[in-house]
Design a protein around this ligand. Structure first.
Ligand code: SAH
Ligand code: SF4
Length: 381
């Protein structure tokens, strides 16, 4: 079995090159070909010696994820469904804005945390993705978009958020090399402030991330007290709010930004009352005496049939936001993007573990591609 070079951060690639008897600068050249130029085969790498290219042909490969489908929303959002084998699929979503291009990336096929309001959580856990599979989403999207938008090689994706399917901190071993490739100047050169890991609150891993690869951190809070959070985010029973907020404060000592983003999914009649808002303000402002430096991001719930939950009315979201803002907390309400293509938060890839439907979709696509264009019979009628 050959090594997939997408799995390696620069250190890993240097070690791999060393095992072939090649110097470190060769690893840098190779890394730049793959991530900066989007090279897919070694034949393209014209400044590498023929002998090295031959060696690579025999021992390595550059293997992305097969694209099952691509949908473009009226607002410019693009969603890709990738095949990760065994009937599993994951999604990545590109969200263009005036001043940035954000890619939302998946870290697992399914998720074991099982949050009440999340369609990925309802599907259960299939498997961890490899570092190569995580980075393949960025590798594919960046180079596809450069060609599609004809940027002349100019970078399109300026921000990455680990907010697709899966709990990134429950796939830590693959997450960290993938983050390092995103940050590496020879890779995608993204600043630590523009790469965000979103977590439901895996406390020990927040501490490790602070040591290994501090990037911007978003924490999915969703409730102002343990009683309610236990019900919405089952992981809270293991790592309750007080421990989570302590970890946030420790993280801030090394974080590239001086605040944590708390995400709060607005669920009608569940966590969206003025009382909840006041309790939330008190919690984040007084925890441990000094509170937690934070911004709040309210996410209107994106419904899916099995949830039995309803999105909070806009007025209630606004009232909730006002209570927090009046308390002095920077609060934003997330714009829902890509609604028309089911690309919004928590709506990703309804097909995980559902082998038949993924297979059907692939088959359907093939049929569409292979079907001859029907003759226009209307004129004859
Ligand atoms: N597992 C990580 C990252 C992926 S989920 C986490 O939970 O943070 C990314 C964000 O989408 C989280 O804040 C999550 O709570 C939110 N989300 C999940 N399902 C949602 C839904 N149906 N509507 C709105 N937001 C949702
Ligand atoms: Fe997993 Fe995040 Fe969904 Fe919770 S919200 S089930 S942690 S993906």
């Amino acid at each position: 079995m050959t090594a997939n070079l997408l799995d390696f951060d620069l250190e890993g690639l240097a070690a791999f090159c060393a095992s072939l008897g090649e110097k470190r600068f060769r690893a840098t050249q190779l890394f730049r070909w793959i991530h900066q130029k989007g090279a897919r085969d070694f034949g393209q790498m014209t400044d590498l010696a023929r002998s090295l290219r031959d060696k690579l042909e025999g021992s390595a490969r550059i293997e992305g994820l097969p694209v099952i489908s691509q949908h473009e929303s009226a607002d410019g959002t693009i969603k890709w469904l990738f095949d990760v084998g065994d009937g599993n699929a994951v999604e990545a979503v590109f969200i263009p804005e005036d001043d940035r291009g954000t890619l939302c990336v998946s870290s697992q096929a399914g998720c074991a945390v099982g949050c009440r309001f999340c369609s990925t959580g309802h599907q259960g856990f299939s498997r961890n993705m490899s570092a190569g599979e995580i980075i393949a989403q960025l590798w594919f999207a960046e180079h596809f978009l450069r060609a599609h938008l004809r940027t002349g090689g100019e970078r399109v994706i300026s921000n990455v958020v680990m907010m697709g399917m899966g709990e990134p901190l429950q796939n830590y071993a693959a997450l960290v090399p993938a983050l390092r490739i995103m940050l590496d100047d020879h890779g995608y050169g993204l600043s630590r402030r523009r790469v965000t890991v979103s977590t439901s609150g895996v406390v020990p891993m927040i501490d490790r991330l602070r040591e290994d690869c501090p990037v911007a951190l978003a924490v999915s809070l969703h409730a102002p007290n343990d009683e309610l959070r236990d019900k919405l985010v089952p992981l809270n029973r293991k790592y309750p709010i007080a421990e989570l907020l302590d970890a946030c404060n420790r993280y801030l000592e090394r974080a590239p930004r001086d605040f944590i983003t708390f995400e709060y999914c607005m669920l009608d009649g569940v966590n969206d009352s003025p009382q909840h808002a006041r309790e939330l303000a008190r919690l984040v402002q007084s925890h441990g005496g000094r509170g937690v430096s934070c911004k709040l991001n309210l996410i209107p719930f994106n419904p899916f049939p099995a949830s039995g939950l309803v999105r909070s009315p806009q007025q209630r979201v606004q009232a909730f936001a006002k209570i927090l803002s009046d308390a002095g907390i920077v609060t934003t309400v997330r714009k829902t993007r890509g609604d028309d293509i089911d690309a919004a938060c928590g709506q990703l890839a309804g097909d995980v573990k559902d082998r038949t439907r993924v297979d059907q979709r692939i088959a359907q696509q093939r049929t569409v591609m292979l079907k001859p264009v029907p003759a226009d019979t209307t004129k004859e009628a």
